[in-house]
Design a protein around this ligand. Structure first.
Ligand code: ADP
Length: 261
């Protein structure tokens, strides 16, 4: 791997965030935000205090999913106050700062980087067991900004069967090594559909090679999620907190709970 200078993170003195977990994907649309939300909801259901830092600045989808459409983050002096969901999950997102949530975010790289830093150091998160970071899609410069701006403890990679899985996993592994952050494992989203009549699992995109790829890098597969139109609808109308089935991602929860400071 390449050489990366040790990073000095800005102190977020007003908060006490125990674990930061980044959720990464190779491209947009594979369900990274959905998985981030699902992990947050499940961790919260297990009694942890949870926040979501939406670092997907130009494609923010967490607030809508969490029922925060039309909400605007308030400020306290120079601090931003996160919006709090129906079940108590704290969220900071560029979407909460726009005048109209349909406004496109056309910020340039340095402004995006500044926003991500602010979402960490100028947001009054308070005490949190877990801060989940919905990463910008891909493994490019914006993603690097996140790792240089906040102390990420572990990475969860989200893939879909349509992805070039081996390439995405290779890039994620590379980035993780450079940043000295462990990959906790991989979740495959939109893995199959369940036949509504007979309950059989149908792998629409054919059988995935995720197991072989993951094994090649010594990474764990932390679960497979079906394409579920009910979940897509719940994300759309902001009711995912109540619609998400219980115990959807047991292996992923177990690795999150095993993360040491
Ligand atoms: P990303 O963050 O990777 O861009 P999103 O999480 O925003 O992707 O998901 C893209 C779209 O697909 C959203 O409309 C979301 O509700 C939907 N979606 C994601 N995962 C699933 C799933 N397992 N079943 C059905 N719809 C899903």
């Amino acid at each position: 791997g390449g050489q990366t200078a040790p990073t000095q993170f800005e102190e977020n003195s007003l908060s006490e965030v125990k674990h930061v977990i980044a959720v990464l994907s190779g491209k947009g649309g594979v369900g990274k935000s959905f998985v981030t939300g699902a992990l947050a909801i499940e961790l919260s259901r297990r009694g942890h205090t949870v926040g979501i830092l939406d670092a997907d600045i130009t494609g923010p989808s967490i607030p809508k999913m969490m029922g925060m459409s039309g909400k605007r983050a308030s400020g306290l002096g120079k601090l931003l106050l996160p919006e709090i969901s129906a079940t108590g999950i704290k969220v900071m997102s560029s979407n909460l700062l726009l005048e109209r949530e349909t406004d496109p975010v056309l910020w340039r790289g340095p402004v995006i980087a500044g926003a991500i830093r602010q979402f960490w150091s100028d947001t009054s998160w308070g005490p949190l067991d877990y801060l989940l970071v919905d990463m910008p899609p891909g493994t490019g410069d914006v993603a690097l900004t996140v790792f240089q701006s906040l102390p990420v403890d572990g990475i969860v990679v989200v893939t879909s069967p349509q992805d070039l899985v081996s390439m995405i996993v290779a890039k994620a592994v590379n980035m993780a090594e450079k940043m000295h952050v462990p990959i906790l494992g991989i979740i495959e989203n939109m893995s199959y559909i369940t036949c509504p009549d007979c309950g059989r699992k149908i792998e629409v995109f054919g059988q995935s090679n995720l197991d072989e790829v993951a094994a090649g890098y010594g990474l764990k597969v932390l679960g497979r999620l079906p394409i579920d139109p009910a979940l897509a609808a719940a994300c759309d109308d902001g009711t995912i907190e109540s619609a998400l089935p219980m115990g959807l991602l047991p292996e992923a929860l177990a690795v999150c709970e095993a993360v040491e400071v």
